[in-house]
Write a protein that binds this ligand. Structure first.
Ligand SMILES: Nc1ncnc2c1ncn2[C@@H]1O[C@H](COP(=O)(O)OP(=O)(O)OP(=O)(O)O)[C@@H](O)[C@H]1O
Ligand SMILES: [Mg+2]
Length: 277
């Protein structure tokens, strides 16, 4: 049984705007899943179905094999934590600490457990120093981290992050990549995220879904998806810089192995050209 599965999921917004068109999406256990697609492709709409914020116009969404109902939606939200694209939609308490405590308190956990989870979430996301600040006066990237901490503190099995790197500084992006990878590796969590930064995807995805106009137009491993140059260009995306560069060198007849991540590329270059000196 998959953690999340959609079958021919369609969503039509008022005004007959098609948000999702027959989407078949599967989130297996312990996977890092990237959803990429141009503005308006349907990523946020899909994510809002994962915890019952939106309901299908037609088709089905199953969480651990069960449709979302009014009776189980609270359980579903414990299991699937969604961090929205705009942190202002998610932050409303007078202090950062209270904001992060809101979710675990609503789960009915005792005070000691809540305090422990808040500490841990603030630490993991690197915002312990912001704990007494007013969330609405924080910078965009700081707010984003507060929203992530609030969801992490609920310890969901599936973490959904809509554009988590948007607005983060370079060190913040690096931290986020490490954080996502460690959640999957250390806690066996499934992480689903959207991004426009395709170069990050090989560093933090086992499975990639490509969306366009509400549909899933390709899916597979990075290797399977990022060889489809024309398809990616046709949906306003591009091949990440590392496979693009190495692919171009190979086209020129350079004997170098294909690579997708920074480390793979480093090894491929060393293997092809040797160490100097
Ligand atoms: N509340 C709404 N009412 C009507 N149409 C909507 C609504 N929300 C989204 N849409 C439309 O649904 C489509 C998909 O939007 P969605 O926000 O899911 O795209 P996205 O892939 O998340 O884009 P982005 O990369 O800009 O975040 C777009 O055409 C959008 O205009
Ligand atoms: Mg979006």
């Amino acid at each position: 049984m998959h953690l999340i599965e959609t079958r021919d999921l369609c969503h039509v917004y008022p005004g007959n705007v098609r948000g999702l068109d027959r989407v078949n999406f599967i989130a297996p256990r312990n996977a890092r899943i990237a959803v990429i697609g141009a503005n308006g492709a349907g990523k946020s709409t899909l994510f809002k179905h994962f915890n019952g914020i939106l309901q299908p116009t037609s088709g089905t969404i199953l969480i651990r094999g069960e449709p979302i109902t009014r009776e189980n939606v609270k359980e579903v939200r414990k299991f699937v934590g969604v961090v929205f694209q705009n942190p202002d939609d998610q932050i409303f308490s007078p202090t950062v600490e209270q904001d992060v405590a809101f979710g675990p308190m609503n789960l009915g956990l005792d005070g000691e457990t809540v305090r422990h989870r808040v500490e841990e979430a603030l630490r993991v996301v690197g915002i312990t120093h912001l704990r007494n600040r007013v969330p609405h006066h924080l910078s965009g990237g700081e707010k984003k981290r507060v929203a992530i901490a609030g969801i992490i503190a609920m310890e969901p099995q599936v973490l959904v992050l809509d554009e988590p790197t948007a607005g983060l500084d370079p060190a913040g992006v690096r931290d986020l990549v490490d954080f996502v990878n460690s959640l999957a590796r250390r806690f066996g969590m499934t992480v689903i995220y959207s991004t426009h930064d395709v170069s990050l995807v090989p560093e933090m995805a086992d499975i990639v879904y490509v969306m366009d106009k509400g549909r899933i137009v390709a899916s597979g491993t990075c290797r399977e998806v990022f060889v489809q140059h024309e398809m990616l260009a046709s949906v306003r995306l591009e091949v990440p810089v590392i496979p693009r560069l190495i692919g171009a060198l190979r086209q020129e007849g350079v004997g170098i192995s294909m690579a997708y991540t920074f480390d793979e590329a480093k090894n491929a270059f060393l293997e092809a050209f040797g160490r100097r000196g």
